[in-house]
Design a protein around this ligand. Sequence first.
Ligand code: HEC
Ligand code: HEC
Ligand code: HEC
Length: 444
Amino acid sequence: MWRRLASRRERNPGRRSPWWRRLIVGFGLLAVAGGAAFFLAWQPAIEPVSTPDRASFQPDQIRKGAALASAGFCSTCHTTDETKPFAGGYPLKTPFGTIYGTNITPDRDTGIGTWSLAAFRRSMREGIDRAGSHLYPAFPYTHFTQLTDGDIEALYAYLMTRDAVRAEAPEPDLPFPYSIRPLLAGWNLLFLRVGPLPAGDSGDPVLERGRYLSEALSHCSACHAPRNALRAERAELHFAGGMAEGWWSPPLDRSSPAPVPWTRETLFNYLHSWDSAHGGAAGPMKPVVAGLGRLPEADVRAIARYVAATMGLPAPDRPAPAEKPTDIAPARADEIHRRGAGIYRGACASCHESGGRVPFTVASLGQHTTLAGPLPDNVIRVILEGVHPPEGEVGAIMPGYAGVLDADQIADLLAYLRVRFTNAPAWPALKDDVRRIGAEEPKG
Ligand code: HEC
Ligand code: HEC
Ligand code: HEC
């Protein structure tokens, strides 16, 4: 083969193009490929419109949009100052850098006041703003694309009838090449399936409603699925658990390590407010429960129905709640982890061994999934920060122990809790984990 090539070259020495010609051809090809990519990425601007009048929307539609916005958690990422809802500026930290929720009030200069319904629909379905720029998928348009036209219209009606607030959201703080928005066209090509959620074939309208709300609107898997190196959700591990803002989001499929198996009823209780067998939501799951609170109760039941179906109902391999032992040989655990046991008895047992008498505590700490999970992060965060109800509301209260217990004490405590309340292997690097999380800048 090589000999043949070589001999052909010898025969036709003049046919070989000079290096500079090859260079030009090379650059030409690159330019064509680059041009094609940019052509693909290029999207037209949609003409600005005058802000639609409040009276042009039906009150019913605005009300429907309010519930959808609440259960789509729009304000979590688009509100920083409660007195200026949807005015943007909320920093979303990603492994690549920080992206800020934008102003989605109807302000004409800094918000979406000049956006037509068509422009809004395109942003929700394709992740492209009115001017034609690609939006970062930190904005969960990979889910919102599955919303029905009617629901997108209701969200538009709701947002366009909010108070306009003048506020410029900071530009994303991303290094090259992530700062180049047109590259997102390639990302979308790989990971975005544009268009409404395909109809399911379960024949169960409640389950299908739950699937629609969980997938298209409330984007549960945005936190509860692991992501690949390009930060796209791994479709094959849809509800297998993921990370959200430094919190572990437990699996919602059959791999759920919940010590007390979930049922439709307990899932509904948890998603609606609080469940006496599992407790309540902490961290980034808390605004989720608050957001679902504006949906009709039947919708939250539908979500619970869908999640219960993906987990599988209690079966022989998933014992029912009453059969689960919650406390594993306390005396032996005390012996192994004398220091941790002492701290637990002094600082925690008054509430967590009150037999549920202290409001919002469950019978045993062993019933919380977080103690049985692969990462200690949630428990560390709860111990450092405590649990606090939203201002002016009744809810669970636990004091934070940052500054009360030092990193070594917390690590001892966690090692003890793990042995005492679970059958899971010890967490490997507790001291480092406690120090790392303790060193983070405090939240807001
Ligand atoms: C997980 C956080 C998050 C949630 C939840 C979220 N957004 Fe966003 N959204 C963002 C971010 C971040 C951007 C800006 C992306 C960028 O700069 O490329 C954005 C951009 C947008 C834009 C484009 C605005 C512009 O000025 O270009 C619209 C419209 C929008 N979001 C609407 C919504 C609606 C409606 C909801 C609720 C149904 C919602 N978002 C929920 C994070 C979020
Ligand atoms: C913004 C990220 C985020 C979103 C969106 C989200 N979750 Fe969660 N979820 C979490 C985190 C973090 C936890 C762990 C909370 C804790 O430790 O108290 C959690 C916990 C849970 C639990 C408890 C699991 C267990 O075994 O203890 C359930 C059930 C749950 N989420 C269901 C849902 C459903 C259903 C949705 C969509 C309607 C959803 N989540 C959306 C982050 C999220
Ligand atoms: C004043 C009472 C009180 C004390 C003291 C207390 N807790 Fe709590 N703890 C609570 C309440 C209330 C909750 C909320 C339960 C829920 O989420 O439903 C909670 C929740 C938790 C959770 C579950 C968090 C999750 O993932 O959602 C863990 C773990 C926990 N506490 C551990 C501890 C440890 C360890 C100590 C001692 C250092 C401690 N608590 C001290 C009242 C207390």
